[in-house]
Design a binder for this molecule. Structure first.
Ligand SMILES: Cc1cc2nc3c(=O)[nH]c(=O)nc-3n(C[C@H](O)[C@H](O)[C@H](O)COP(=O)(O)OP(=O)(O)OC[C@H]3O[C@@H](n4cnc5c(N)ncnc54)[C@H](O)[C@@H]3O)c2cc1C
Length: 282
């Protein structure tokens, strides 16, 4: 039987982690699947478990001058229902899993799983969300793109807990999200594209494109985005072919059980073009 801790406070949790390496469990929707050992056999864990999903300090969602703070253990359902969460982020979360899973699954679990198919990640990369890590004696704040090193690998240390995520308090005038899967609900992502743009008087003031499931990590290029800023929405349509070519170099999908590399590449490039051609002038 695996040893398990259920600390009463975040401080208690950090103290335990400062002396003993544990596997942190929030909703368990990733971990219980990854560690499954077959029917009628308990999942296998090689370290003591530390439950954190119930910790009130990790569940809060609030806003201050830094932006919107989302507690690590905020569940997807609470995020979908919270007035502070930007509309397009809610739409993306609404396409994840099913209501029962969204009632357990947390934002930190999706980030720490570090999968290129993690459906919250395109948004977090696009807005340069900051990840806040805490240990007993240190707090570290790291951009999402630096926190995730490769599939299944992050730079979290054994004595740290991801405590919250900070995103800008901002809605964009143009929002575009497409998640392609085997079916409409309850499906893992073959390709996803998030496009967001701010258009004022026909001018692009800000623009982001982020793609999931088409490379080892989320595809997001501030350099390509910069080349579209300050352009007229009409000009962007003309630039579409050239921009698509630039993304083609970054999109390096694989064949797996969900899809083929060829489909992923073709579909993702079509989605980029579709987003660019449909940016509204308003
Ligand atoms: C039926 C089903 C459907 C799903 N559909 C989707 C989908 O459509 N899109 C999608 O992206 N995912 C999907 N998932 C995957 C999963 O639900 C999400 O990734 C979810 O957000 C994981 O959160 P969790 O709290 O359950 O994580 P857990 O399983 O508890 O943990 C996942 C990882 O995060 C670490 N962790 C968790 N919290 C912390 C913390 N505070 N500090 C440090 N480390 C932490 C754990 O140690 C573990 O490594 C699905 C899963 C299932 C079972």
């Amino acid at each position: 039987m695996v040893k398990a801790y259920r600390p009463n406070t975040l401080t208690e949790a950090l103290e335990i982690l400062s002396t003993e390496k544990c596997t942190i469990m929030a909703g368990g929707t990733d971990l219980m699947v990854q560690r499954a050992r077959g029917s009628a056999v308990l999942p296998g864990f090689d370290r003591p478990l530390m439950f954190v999903g119930h910790l009130k300090e990790l569940q809060k969602i609030y806003q201050d001058e830094e932006g919107i703070h989302i507690g690590a253990a905020a569940i997807l359902t609470d995020m979908m229902e919270h007035e502070l969460i930007p509309g397009i982020f809610k739409e993306m979360i609404g396409q994840m899993a099913s209501p029962p899973t969204r009632n357990m699954a947390t934002i930190a679990g999706n980030i720490c799983n570090a999968s290129p198919a993690g459906d919250t990640l395109p948004y977090l990369y696009a807005v340069n969300a900051q990840i806040v890590l805490q240990s007993t004696d240190q707090k570290r704040i790291i951009a999402t793109r630096d926190f995730i090193i490769s599939p299944k690998k992050t730079c979290i240390k054994p004595d740290e807990i991801l405590v919250k995520i900070i995103i800008p308090a901002k809605e964009y005038s143009n929002n575009y999200y497409r998640k392609l899967g085997q079916r409409k609900g309850m499906s893992l992502t073959k390709v996803s594209l998030l496009g967001m743009a701010d258009v004022v008087d026909g001018n692009i003031l800000d623009l982001h494109i982020a793609l999931g499931s088409v490379a080892a990590s989320i595809v997001h290029s501030p350099k390509i985005e910069k080349s579209m800023i300050s352009k007229k929405a009409g000009e962007i349509k003309e630039m579409a072919e050239e921009i698509v070519k630039q993304y083609a170099d970054l999109i390096r999908p694989i064949d797996d059980a969900r899809s083929t590399a060829i489909y992923r590449k073709k579909a993702s490039l079509r989605l980029i073009k579709d987003f660019m051609e449909n940016i509204s002038q308003e």
